[in-house]
Design a protein around this ligand. Structure first.
Ligand code: C2O
Ligand code: CU
Ligand code: CU
Length: 518
């Protein structure tokens, strides 16, 4: 049974308290490997020590909260590769430059096996954090990869099979920002005007401890949703802003919650980037749907505001069709009854994600560039399977998420899960309840592919106004009743990768599959 109740969570944390001194003093005196890898010849430009361990952190008034947390330190190379600015329980922000060779010496100080996945990055399959490569408690693993991706906002998090939701919820996640000269040359807000916002929801008990899956089966099916917003690891998050133009990099690092983001003053959102970096040109939307794993970059001009103004980024209630799951009368969904019924109070109201308080200080005011970065568009005709897209049917049957009726198996690869190295394919994710002919519970599934960034070719069905399908994507929300086709080039690494639903409880429940590039 993969349902983790609170008692077990506390027990784990407690079991680890004994060795807490080990992690809170920081580091096990890491030795840099120095120089080239003897087997592969890989020469790092930067070498980092990273550990996952137990910690306690003051989040709410009263007792501190037990968390699991990444700590890191640069061993050799540029110090600024690790941004250690306060992110509460979240891991340090990695700041990579495109083309850099990265070596990360990872130490698992958790009482649980884990792996690290670099979400969105193109890395060799043994560096991708596949669950088959789980690192045992006390074990270590050396990651080595070249940063091939475009400049953009990526992230890292654990990926052990059946345990990802629990570990991410416990605090293990961090941001990863890739830069490159072509982007730096654009007149975009930079330095302290380039702000990350990692958005997550959590539930706490009376002793301020994280509550994971208190509703049991209900949370397993809907995914774990809390009743409190945390931004950059802080509840009641707000930022003091200058009267200036900002770039906001927003990551939805929640286990299951889908946000419907909007400004509270009703003004449109100006989007400049998505999962795989900057768009060709800015886009505007009244609201944006952001599902777990997805990123969005906003252009936010606070110079339009006067000192003392307060601006809020809010999330509106999801339309019932998007929420999926158990549909119950809205009237009984508030408060405790809502919690019992499997929905949290956040689900049915507009709530504040974060608050921006505009001060009197003025900072640089920028003009929105009309063009951002070029994107090579893939056409349907570029694919190896133009006339026969691979179809992956998404269903939720007997509380289990399935892809083409299958669940995750550590080694298995079905015939339609083989891809030619350097090939280009169209994949269709179909959440239309057809396919397997089984009883299907309509639910939203944010589908994520490792190893690639894809482009969205077409959607059928619901097509919400809050979709932003332009640019490079690695995670795509597929609402109930909908199907979408994406196109990707499977390059430059062969190997065994995974694709899955990024609702972490769906993923842990087996809504994940291997694919092999060969
Ligand atoms: Cu962010 Cu396989 O996931
Ligand atoms: Cu990923
Ligand atoms: Cu799902």
């Amino acid at each position: 049974m993969k349902t983790i109740d609170r008692r077990r969570f506390i027990q784990w944390a407690g079991a680890f308290l004994g060795s807490a001194a080990l992690s809170s003093t920081g580091f096990l005196r890491p030795q840099a490997l120095w120089g080239a890898n003897r087997e592969t010849g890989f020469e790092p430009d930067v070498e980092i020590y990273l550990e996952a361990g137990y910690d306690q952190i003051s989040l709410l008034s009263g007792p501190r909260t037990d968390v699991w947390r990444y700590h890191g330190k640069v061993l050799t190379g540029p110090e600024e590769t690790l941004d250690l600015s306060d992110m509460s329980y979240l891991g340090p922000t990695f700041r990579f430059r495109r083309g850099q060779n990265i070596r990360i010496r990872f130490q698992n100080l958790l009482p649980d096996e884990t792996t690290i996945h670099w979400h969105g990055l193109h890395v060799p399959d043994t560096m991708d954090g596949h669950p088959r490569l789980a690192v045992a408690p006390g074990g270590s693993y050396t990651f080595e990869f070249k940063v091939l991706n475009r400049a953009g906002t990526y992230w890292y998090h654990p990926h052990p099979h059946g345990r990802t939701g629990h570990q991410v919820y416990g605090g293990l996640a961090g941001l990863l920002i890739v830069s490159e000269p072509q982007e730096a040359a654009l007149p975009l807000p930079s330095g302290r005007y380039d702000l990350p916002l990692i958005i997550q929801d959590r539930a706490f008990d009376r002793e301020n401890q994280l509550l994971y899956m208190p509703r049991g089966m209900m949370d397993r099916m809907n995914g774990m949703m809390g009743d409190r917003m945390l931004v950059n690891g802080r509840p009641d998050h707000f930022l003091d802003m200058d009267s200036a133009t900002y770039r906001l990099r927003i990551l939805n690092a929640s286990n299951a919650r889908i946000y419907r983001l909007a400004w509270d003053d009703g003004g449109p959102l100006t989007i400049i980037g998505t999962d795989g970096g900057l768009l060709e040109r800015p886009a505007t939307r009244q609201e944006v749907l952001l599902s777990p794993g997805e990123r969005i970059e906003l252009w936010a001009d606070f110079s339009r505001h006067r000192g003392g103004d307060v601006v809020r980024l809010v999330s509106r209630p999801l339309p019932q069709a998007a929420a999926g799951g158990m549909m119950m009368g809205r009237g009984m969904m508030g408060g405790r009854m809502g919690m019992m019924a499997g929905r949290s109070p956040l689900d049915d109201t507009t709530f504040t994600v974060t608050t921006f308080k505009v001060g009197t200080a003025a900072g640089p005011r920028k003009d929105l560039p009309g063009r951002l970065r070029p994107i090579e568009r893939y056409a349907r005709e570029d694919a190896d399977n133009t006339y026969s897209p691979k179809r992956f049917s998404l269903t939720m049957s007997h509380m289990q998420g399935l892809i083409n009726g299958r669940v995750f198996d550590m080694q298995a690869v079905a015939p339609d899960e083989y891809v030619r190295l350097d090939g280009t394919e169209i994949w269709e994710f179909a959440n239309d309840g057809l396919g397997m002919g089984m009883m299907n519970m309509p639910m939203a599934h944010p589908m994520h592919m490792h190893a690639v960034q894809f482009q969205v070719l077409e959607r059928w069905g619901v097509s919400h106004d809050g979709y932003l399908d332009a640019g490079w994507k690695d995670t795509l929300l597929i609402l109930p009743g909908e199907r979408a086709q994406v196109i990707a080039r499977f390059s430059p690494y062969a190997g065994l990768y995974i694709y899955h639903c990024h609702n972490l409880e769906h993923e842990d429940g087996g809504m994940m599959r291997n694919f092999r590039i060969s």
